[in-house]
Unconditional design. Structure first.
Length: 253
């Protein structure tokens, strides 16, 4: 992970470097993982070293061709299916990396602070550009229930979705899909069946005329069991969507 691709040149621009140095001296921010100082505002809540230790997908690993589940390092040229996602309604899912270290910490921060660090923006855009989703017609963030949206004040899935829309020129529509049931937060240890039952019929399409025949790029922060993604895809396809792709910041393993 310690290469120029992962740490772009804008980190070394003189003005940015000077500002980062001043902030480190005047208002040092400890890394939420190792508690060492975060060297750049671009890294968000994690330091450079913790980002380097986070497994970001670069195309050389073997993943399930449908759900994007991490299977092993190497062997990327072989099309592989995990078979656990055979019954899921989405067509294909990809993530920037594994739900660990810097990605995990950044996502937890995203649930409390509506800010996507510039390094994560870069990673997320790169993930989309190398994904098989280039024929997508419209970006749709996974919605929160009205109660949770009111409690949090924003939808964390909409933040990377808006950034991707600006960078790619793809249309974004945050009104197409709605969560009509306030589902409880998924607990650690819940299996896929339990997770799927908890979000069954939780989503509805409010404006079906906007998705008929369209390829939908659904954005969320974390892909865990695939229950939320599958139920969203089911609702969208029942109202006429042609395909539903899933793009998330991280993938649980």
């Amino acid at each position: 992970m310690d290469d120029a691709r992962n740490f772009p040149t804008f980190f070394s621009r003189p003005l940015s470097a000077l500002l980062d140095s001043c902030l480190t001296l005047v208002y040092p921010q400890p890394c939420k993982i190792c508690e060492k100082s975060v060297e750049s505002r671009a890294f968000g809540a994690a330091c450079r070293q913790c980002w380097r230790k986070t497994r970001i997908f670069d195309g050389t690993e073997t993943i399930c061709d449908k759900c994007g589940a991490f299977l092993k390092f190497g062997g990327a040229s072989v099309v592989t299916f995990c078979r656990n996602c055979d019954d899921d309604f989405f067509d294909c899912a990809r993530a920037a990396g594994l739900y660990e270290r810097a990605l995990l910490t950044t996502i937890l921060e995203l649930k409390n602070t509506p800010h996507v660090p510039s390094y994560l923006r870069k990673i997320f855009l790169e993930t989309f550009l190398k994904s098989p989703f280039q024929d997508a017609d419209v970006i749709v963030p996974v919605p929160l229930s009205r109660g949770r949206l009111s409690e949090r004040g924003y939808n964390q899935a909409a933040l990377p979705a808006r950034i991707l829309a600006r960078k790619t020129g793809l249309a974004i529509d945050e009104k197409i899909l709605v969560r009509v049931i306030h589902t409880p937060k998924h607990r650690a240890g819940m299996d896929k069946k339990a997770r799927s039952e908890s979000v069954e019929n939780a989503f509805e399409v409010a404006l079906p005329e906007r998705i008929e025949g369209k390829k939908i790029l659904l954005i969320d922060d974390v892909f865990t069991s695939g229950a939320t993604a599958s139920n969203c895809a089911k609702a969208l396809k029942e109202k006429g969507a042609d395909k539903v792709y899933i793009l998330t910041i991280a993938r649980a393993f």
